[in-house]
Design a protein around this ligand. Structure first.
Ligand code: AR6
Length: 201
C-alpha cells in the first residue's frame, strides 16, 4: 500500500520511503551517498569532484585499490562499488557510472536503471539503511532529466517494494530548484498511477 506525504515530497512503500530533497549531496548524513562517477573512479567534475573534495584522499586511495584488484579496465557503466566515506558525514560512498546520452539509441535507459539498481544491491550487501542519490547522468553525461527522472523513480520504487531488506529510506538529491521540480512531478505521477491500481492506505 502507498500514500503520499505531500509536504516532504515523499512516497511510502509499506514503511519504506522514497523522498525528493533539494541540496548538496556531500552534506547529507545518510548512511551512504551515491557518486555519479566515471569508469576511472579517479574523480572528475560535477558531483564526483564535489564528493572527492569533501571526502579527502582516502576515497581516491580506496578507489585505486578497487581498480587494481577488481576493475583494472575501469568500472563499466551500470555497475557499482562501495568505499568508506572518508571525511564525509556519510559512512559510505557507493560509486556508480551512468550512461553517456547518445540520443537514446544505445540502451541508455537500461544502463541508467542498472546504475540505480546495482547501487541499491551494493547498499543491501553492506546492511545500509539510508542512502542519497544524485541525479545520475543528467549533468556532464547529457541524459535529459525529463527522461532520466521516471527511470530513477520507478527503479528505486520497485526495489523498495520488492527487494529491500536493510534499505529503509532513499533520497534523490536535486541540486537545483528546476531539477527538484522535475523529480517532484515524477514522484507525484508515480504515486498517482500506483494508487490507481492499489488501495490507498
Ligand atoms: N550535490 C548534488 N548534486 C550535484 C552536486 C552536489 N554537490 N554537484 C552536481 N550535482 P554530473 P553525470 C548534480 O555532471 O552527468 C563527472 O565529471 C548536477 O547538477 O556530476 O553522471 C564524472 O567524473 C547534475 O544534476 O554527473 C563523470 O565524468 C547531477 O549532479 C561525469 O561527470 C549529475 O551531474 C558524470 O556525469
Amino acid at each position: 500500500m502507498i500514500y503520499r506525504c505531500v509536504s516532504t515530497y515523499s512516497l511510502n512503500f509499506n514503511g519504506r520511503i522514497l523522498a525528493i530533497k533539494e541540496g548538496d549531496i556531500t552534506m547529507q548524513d545518510t548512511d551512504a551517498i551515491v557518486n555519479a562517477a566515471n569508469s576511472s573512479l579517479m574523480g572528475g567534475g560535477g558531483v564526483d569532484g564535489a564528493i572527492h573534495r569533501a571526502a579527502g584522499r582516502a576515497l581516491v586511495e580506496e578507489c585505486r585499490i578497487i581498480r587494481k584488484t577488481q576493475y583494472p579496465a575501469g568500472l563499466p557503466p551500470g555497475e557499482a562499488v562501495i568505499t568508506s566515506g572518508g571525511r564525509l558525514k556519510a559512512k559510505f560512498v557507493i560509486h556508480t557510472v551512468g550512461p553517456i546520452w547518445m540520443g537514446g539509441k544505445k540502451d541508455e535507459s537500461e544502463i541508467l536503471k542498472k546504475a540505480y539498481r546495482n547501487s541499491l544491491i551494493v547498499a543491501e550487501k553492506s546492511g545500509i539503511g539510508t542512502i542519497s542519490f544524485p541525479s545520475i547522468s543528467t549533468g556532464a553525461y547529457g541524459f535529459p532529466i525529463e527522461k532520466a527522472a521516471p527511470v530513477a523513480v520507478s527503479t528505486i520504487a520497485e526495489f523498495l517494494l520488492k527487494e529491500a531488506r536493510s534499505v529503509e529510506k532513499v533520497y534523490i538529491l536535486a541540486f537545483t530548484p528546476s531539477d527538484f521540480a522535475v523529480y517532484r512531478r515524477e514522484l507525484k505521477l508515480y504515486g498517482e498511477s500506483f494508487n490507481g491500481s492499489k488501495t490507498p492506505k
